[in-house]
Design a protein around this ligand. Structure first.
Ligand SMILES: [Cu+2]
Length: 319
């Protein structure tokens, strides 16, 4: 092929690509003219809702449902693991350039929070993997029973927005799916009893009060854990959409008491059943109290008394 022909072919190819780019550009339109209001739900801070703008003004997408978002991807070193205690799980967060992210901002005292829960809502663990600063590989030991586990990595790459990415981990062995958990507003763990007051409300802020007692006595000397007297993770039944909620007030603000009540405000994205996990620290040990609750009915301010009628209405059945 002669040089002029090569050049002509090259120019034709460039023209074709450029033409295509123009068409694609018109079809997609500008993408950066989001109204500022969208940013509200993305804001960090106490009681943050952690919703991601859908980009077109439509429904907002909860966190934790995607393995890849905004150019960041959660990549497991191995897609599965044998069951057992202290099984090492390793992963990277790759960035928009395809390389493992090495630099993270500290949020709630850690660079990355990993939540692991079996998809049938057993075996919840909230842990803090260690970053190999040479390779960008995170690793942590988990106690894994057979079944499919959901892993959530909650982090903020330096210079980027906070993200929670989710992926599944297949744990081999004889899997016995747990029966669906019944609703409970009292959870017992290691001699502590935690009660939950307040109703989750689809699309509206709800006040949840968690009260910790031990041997029937209110616990009034909770210890700060990751900068708060409690951390609450809510997972939606069905798809494990993820909400991480921080309580009202901080341990050293002069007004927030160290128990027995820890108060949270959160809005869940839809009606349905949610699994709530409260991490709290007392006498130097972090424990987790687990609840299963269904969203209340009409969002009447101050109405916190659940009833069968409200639950029935919220289930969306039409007869
Ligand atoms: Cu954490």
């Amino acid at each position: 092929m002669s040089t002029p022909v090569k050049v002509a072919g090259f120019l034709a190819a460039i023209a074709a690509i450029f033409g295509l780019a123009l068409v694609v550009g018109r079809a997609i339109g500008p993408v950066d003219d989001e109204p500022a209001a969208h940013d509200d739900a993305h804001a960090s801070g106490d009681g943050r809702v952690h919703l991601t703008p859908a980009g077109d003004g439509g429904t907002e997408i909860p966190e934790g449902l995607m393995v890849s978002q905004d150019g960041y991807t959660l990549a497991l070193a191995e897609p599965g693991s044998p069951a057992g205690r202290d099984r090492t799980v390793a992963f990277t967060i790759t960035g928009p350039d395809g390389d493992p992210v090495m630099s993270y901002d500290v949020e709630h005292e850690k660079q990355l929070h990993l939540i692991a829960v079996r998809r049938d809502f057993t075996g919840f663990q909230h842990v803090h993997p260690v970053l190999d600063e040479k390779t960008g590989v995170w690793s942590i030991d988990l106690d894994l029973t057979p079944g499919t586990w959901r892993l959530f990595a909650d982090f903020k790459a330096s210079g980027a927005d906070p993200l929670t990415l989710g992926t599944d981990l297949a744990v081999s062995g004889d899997h016995q799916p747990a029966d669906p958990a019944p609703e409970n507003r009292t959870a017992t763990v290691d001699g502590y009893e935690v009660t939950l007051d307040g109703d989750l409300t689809a699309g509206a802020d709800a006040k949840l009060t968690l009260s910790v007692t031990r041997n029937g006595e209110p616990v009034t000397d909770l210890q700060p854990y990751l900068g708060a007297y409690g951390h609450l993770v809510a997972l939606r039944a069905g798809d494990l959409a993820y909400l991480h909620v921080h309580p009202d007030g901080e341990p050293d603000d002069g007004t927030t008491k160290p128990g027995p009540d820890v108060v949270f405000h959160t809005a869940v994205p839809s009606a349905g059943t949610y699994h709530l996990y409260l991490d709290f620290q007392h006498n130097g040990v972090v424990r987790t109290a687990a609840f299963t609750v269904t969203t209340g009915g009409a969002a009447t301010p101050g109405d916190t008394a659940p009833s069968e009628t409200e639950h029935g209405e919220s289930s969306g059945h039409q007869h």
